[in-house]
Design a protein around this ligand. Structure first.
Ligand code: ZN
Length: 282
């Protein structure tokens, strides 16, 4: 199976009935193909489609090949024209930025709110960028590594804490838990103010996870899930065009496709890598 669901490229050929695009045009590719007829699709929650096909996903059989290749065929409905000034290189970030914007939408209106982002891997960093764009008042980021916290500061976080060395005592209106580490959940619950909103962004491993559930109940926390995205893709492209530094901060290294093994080896090193780009044209 070919991996890769964060893809941009140039149109090489079009089906005879495709309108609105031209050969040679730069596009970003929406990785999702919802079925359009299940209950979730009918309700307009297409990201929750129970028959979803998603680039680079093994969730269904046959598997859906992704974008780590020089040529691929996709549905015209998956193509999104780039806004003026946005390069295909930066447009690769539309997919993870859409994930971040959907997580923010799950929290509701963040304008004027105090927000904590617990864990600033690429998605946490893009949540910071989205919160700045949506007018959050105070944005505090935490992580166990200094490098991603420096990235968060450059993206506009108000304060950053390395929680190896510091404990955050403050409480926040909204908290995004973006580590996906079960041991980090009690701290996320404790840092969400009474009546506040906790959005669980990180994917916990399968199985049972101990949770101080009474804290969620008697402090009236809203514990909300978030999964992928749907209509946020064009907003993500627009934000990447408006703030090119977002992609420039996130993309820390680039490799030609032939050096994919070196790229994958470097990717988990959070002291120097956020997003690593595979250049499909070289
Ligand atoms: Zn569906």
């Amino acid at each position: 199976m070919v991996l890769g669901h964060e893809v941009s490229g140039i149109i090489d050929a079009l089906g005879s009935d495709v309108k609105g695009f031209s050969v040679g045009e730069a596009v970003a590719i929406h990785p999702a193909q919802p079925c359009g007829h299940c209950p979730e699709c009918m309700r307009g929650q297409r990201n929750l489609c129970r028959n979803m096909r998603f680039l680079g996903s093994a969730a269904r059989d046959p598997h859906t090949d992704g974008g780590f290749r020089r040529a691929m065929t996709v549905k015209a409905a998956q193509l999104h024209t780039l806004p003026p000034g946005l390069t295909p290189r930066r447009a690769c970030l539309a997919e993870p930025l859409s994930v971040a914007l959907h997580a923010i939408a799950r929290a509701g209106n963040v304008r004027g709110r105090s927000v904590m982002v617990q864990g600033v891997g690429p998605i946490g960093l893009l949540i910071v960028a989205g919160l700045v764009h949506h007018g959050a008042e105070r944005i505090v980021a935490t992580d166990l590594e200094d490098f991603p916290l420096q990235c968060a500061t450059r993206l506009g976080a108000s304060r950053c804490y390395n929680t190896r060395h510091t404990t955050v005592e403050e409480e926040f209106d909204i908290l995004f838990e973006a580590t996906g580490v079960p041991a980090a959940l009690p701290a996320a619950i404790a840092r969400t103010r009474r009546g506040g909103i906790l959005v669980q962004v990180g994917m916990f491993p399968p199985g049972d996870i101990p949770v101080p559930i009474a804290q969620i109940i008697n402090r009236e926390l809203d514990f909300r899930g978030t999964f992928r995205f749907d209509t946020e893709f064009d907003a993500a492209l627009a934000l990447l065009a408006e703030r090119p530094e977002i992609a420039d901060i996130l993309v820390t290294q680039q490799f030609p496709l032939s050096e994919f093994a070196a790229a994958f080896a470097l990717a988990p090193d959070r002291r120097q890598a956020a997003k690593i780009l595979l250049s499909l044209s070289s």
